[in-house]
Design a protein. Structure first.
Length: 330
């Protein structure tokens, strides 16, 4: 009698343990109508991650891969392999489509859903010097960055918020966005009118989730119904043209790094796990990489279509050869 498995094996990749973040072998499988990544860590055991809920769609998206768009300059060297050289390294298969600059850790909310634990007292504001350094790093890597988002925390609580916008405006950034929960926009008309002066090529990426008090208390820790109603009225009123607003249902305005690239490898864009490597990646390295948790994510990549050189210019030393005090961005 045949002893069949209850899934269909589709592909093999390299992933990370969900707990210790070490490289481990992984299978991509079809089970019923879903696509899963299964893996086994010697220390933390079997793990199963849902990748997609439509098998046919998952298979079809691989037909839309395109030639990689390489940055002007990578930020790190390729030493330990993905993801340990992230920053971006010469092996990365995409430039920065959208780059986040986290100008502050602080926020005027304490959302229960915030994975960075931002609050009015958490962390600190970045200095103008730090912020300009991060913007210059993006420009050095991208040439003319497509989109840069100012984020946090909540960027509008930064005491030098408009100075930050002025610095960003002096850079060759094609499109500038502010990632905000909109509280200050709703309650400070002078602030809101001043924001409109940064158009064109400027946009508010607005947190907008519900008009229901119970949902807002669950997501945001307080009833923001009045704020949301003001957003609804303002976006169709006379202060801004409606195109300034880009509503978002994001759960948090904050990530853990002060400037991070939001541009996955082509393998990720084709539907693989964010923890997966391209199938061509060299998984046979014997060097023991430093712990993943010790690495900040940084900005950086450019749309150039030029193949990586054998000796590319590096913006920053590799994380493996750099002390925390030398990390340019956190």
């Amino acid at each position: 009698m045949e002893n069949k498995r209850d899934y269909i094996y589709y592909d093999h990749t390299i992933s990370l343990c969900n707990e210790c973040h070490r490289q481990i072998s992984a299978k991509i499988i079809f089970e019923q109508d879903d696509v899963y990544l299964t893996k086994n860590c010697k220390e933390h055991g079997f793990q199963k991650v849902l990748l997609a809920v439509d098998i046919e769609y998952y298979k079809q998206i691989r037909n839309y891969n395109k030639a990689s768009e390489y940055p002007v300059r990578p930020h790190t060297r390729t030493e330990y392999g993905c993801p340990f050289d992230c920053g971006i390294c010469p092996d990365h298969e995409q430039h920065s489509c959208l780059t986040l600059i986290e100008v502050t850790d602080r926020c005027n909310l304490t959302c229960p859903t915030c994975y960075a634990s931002s609050s009015p007292t958490h962390g600190r504001h970045r200095s103008l010097e730090e912020i300009e350094f991060m913007l210059d790093a993006i420009v050095a890597s991208e040439g003319e960055p497509d989109v840069v988002q100012l984020s946090g925390g909540e960027p509008t609580v930064h005491p030098e918020f408009f100075e930050i916008l002025d610095i960003a405006r002096r850079k060759p950034i094609k499109h500038l966005m502010v990632n905000t929960n909109g509280i200050r926009i709703a309650n400070d008309i002078t602030f809101t009118e001043r924001l409109a002066g940064y158009m064109p090529d400027f946009e508010i990426y607005l947190q907008f989730d519900s008009f229901k008090p119970e949902a807002l208390r669950l997501l945001r820790g307080r009833d923001l119904t009045d704020v949301r109603k003001k957003h609804s009225n303002t976006s169709t009123g006379s202060i801004f043209p409606p195109r300034l607003w880009s509503p978002s249902s994001r759960a948090s305005t904050t990530t853990r790094s002060a400037a991070s690239s939001n541009s996955p490898c082509n393998s990720h864009a084709s539907g693989e796990s964010p923890f997966s490597l391209p199938r061509s990646a060299d998984a046979s390295r014997t060097s023991t990489p430093p712990p993943v948790n010790s690495r900040p994510r940084k900005s950086g990549e450019r749309s150039s279509n030029k193949p990586p050189s054998s000796n590319p210019t590096i913006l920053f030393p590799s994380p493996a050869t750099r002390m925390p005090s030398q990390w340019p961005m956190r």
